[in-house]
Design a protein around this ligand. Sequence first.
Ligand code: AMP
Length: 575
Amino acid sequence: MAKQAKETSGEGFGGLGLDPRLIETLSALGYEEPTPIQRESIPPLLAGSDMIGQAATGTGKTAAFALPLLQRILARGDDRKKPSAIILVPTRELAMQVSEALHKYGRSLGTTVLPVFGGQPFDAQIRGLKRGVDLIVATPGRALDHIRRGTLKLGGISEVVLDEADEMLDMGFAEEIETLLAETPKERQTVLFSATLPPRIAAIAKRHLTNPVKIQISRETLGKGEVPKVRQTAYMVRRPTKLPALARILDIENPTAAIVFCRTRNEVDELSETLTARGYRAEALHGGMTQEHRTRVIKKLKTGAADLVIATDVAARGLDIENLTHVVNFDVPSAPEQYVHRIGRVGRAGREGVAITLVEPREHRMLRNYEFATKQKIDVAQVPSQADLRARRMELTRASVREIILEDQFDGFRAVVESLSDEFDLMNIALAALKLAHQASGTEADQSDEELAPVDMPFEGRREGRGDSRGFDGPPRGGKQGGKFANDARPHGRPDGNMARLFLGVGRHAGIRPQDVVGAIAGETDLSGRDVGDIQIAERFSTVDVPKDRADDVIAALNATKIRGRRVNARHDKH
Ligand code: AMP
C-alpha cells in the first residue's frame, strides 16, 4: 500500500534529518515548509531506501530527491572526483532545470553538478566530466553516447534517479534506461519519480528497485456537502509573464479582498512590492514577520484598507476572512489538499467565491488532481487581452461618471462648462471631460497580447471545431482511480467509430508538426492524407486517428521509419 503524502503540518524542515547547512539554504530561499512529497520522501531517502514517487511537476519533487542526494554525497567525504549520482530526465529543459535546482540547494555544501544533454557540443561536456563532478543530470541518449565514447563511467555511481520516468518511456528511452542501469553497480540506491504509474513503470521498478518505499500525492477528495461554492479558473502562463498576466487578471476581476498565495517568502516580498508599484493596495504576509505585523496586515484586508494580501501558506494558516472574494494561486499548490485548503477560504456562507490559478504549461497535470479533489471543473481561460482590459476600464469609467452625476455636486465646475459651451457643443465637452477622467484612471497594459500567450501549451490542435484542443478533458468521470485518470490528459473525445487512435512517442519537442505525421503516413502506407483523422501534437507525444482496419499497418510502417530523424514508437492509444 502506498503512503499518502499529507498536508504539511507546520514543523518546517527540522526533524527530517537534513544537514543544518541545507536547512539554512532552504530558509534563505524563503521555503517555509516541506511540501507533502518532501516530508514523506526525505527521511527514507536519507536512510538509503529505494523509492517510487508518484508526483508531477509542481509538487516540489525535485527538492524531494535532491536534498537527500546532496547530503549523501557530503557523507562520502573526499572521494569526489567521479560522479556518485546520475539523474536521468527526459528533456534538455528538464536537465537544465534540475541541475540548476541541485546547484541552488547544494551551493553551501560545495557540490558540483553537470548537465549532459543532446544538441550541445560534446567537448564542453567532456571537459566538465574530466574535471570531475559529484552529480550528473542527463538525458538518456546523450548519457549513453558518452558511455560509448568512454568519456563517462558509471562504475562509481551509488545513486540513480529516474525523473519523469513515464515521459522518458513515452519518448522511447526504455532501452537506453535499461542499458544505463546495467552500467551502474547493483548495490546503488534507485529512485523513480513519475507523474503516472502505468504497468510499464511498475515493470521497470520491479526489475531495478529493491523494496522501494512508495509515495504518492494523496487523491483524497472532499466528502459530500463539503464542496465549496467556488468558480475555479486556471490560466496557462509562462513563468516570465506571470506577473503581467496576474496584473491583467486582477484588473478584470477587480477583487475587493483577495489572498494571493506564493510558495516562498522571497516570492511574497517580490510580488507585493511589484504589485504595489503598479498601484495595487497589496500587503505581504509571511512567516518571517512578527505576529504584530501580521495582525496589522490581516486587519487591513478585513477593513478594506488593502485589496490584496500576498501570503505563504504558513502565514495564512487558520486565517478566516469573512469578506474574502478571491483566492489566487500565483504558484500551483504542491498537493490537492493544499489547493482545497486554499480555496476553501472563499465561497463561505453561500456567497460565490473565485479561485484563480496560474499554471505553467509543464504543470498542467496538477489541474486534474485539483479537479478530482474538489469534484468540480476548473475552466482553463485565456489571459485577458488588451481589448478586454480596455472594455473593462471603460465600463469602470462609465460607472464612476454615473455615480458623480447622481451625486449632483458640481459647484465650481458648472461655470467652466458654461464658458466652454459658448464655443463648443455640449456633447464634445462631455466627451473631452470623459477622456480626461478615463486617462487619469490608469494606463494601458504594457505587454502585448502575443507576449503573454503561452507558447508551450500542452496540446495543439490540428483541426478546428473538434473539442477544445487547448484545454484538457476535465475531471475523471465516475471517480475511479487508476485507469484513464492515472494517465495523461486527452484534450478531445474518442475517435469516430471506424477510426482508431494511435499514440506516437514524438511531439513538439522533436519539432513534429501535423503535416509531418500526415506526410509519414501517406509516404509509408497506401493511405492518403485524406484518410488521416484528427492529430494532436503535445509537448512530448502526439496522437493520430487512422482507419481502424489499417491501424496495425500504420503502426508497423511508422515504427519502421523515422519522423524528423526520430524513432516514432507508435502504438495503439490505450486511453
Ligand atoms: P518541482 O515540483 O520540483 O518542479 O518544484 C516546483 C517549485 O516549487 C520550484 O520552483 C521549487 O523551487 C519550489 N519549491 C520546492 N519545494 C518548496 C518548498 N518546500 N517551499 C516552497 N517552494 C518550494
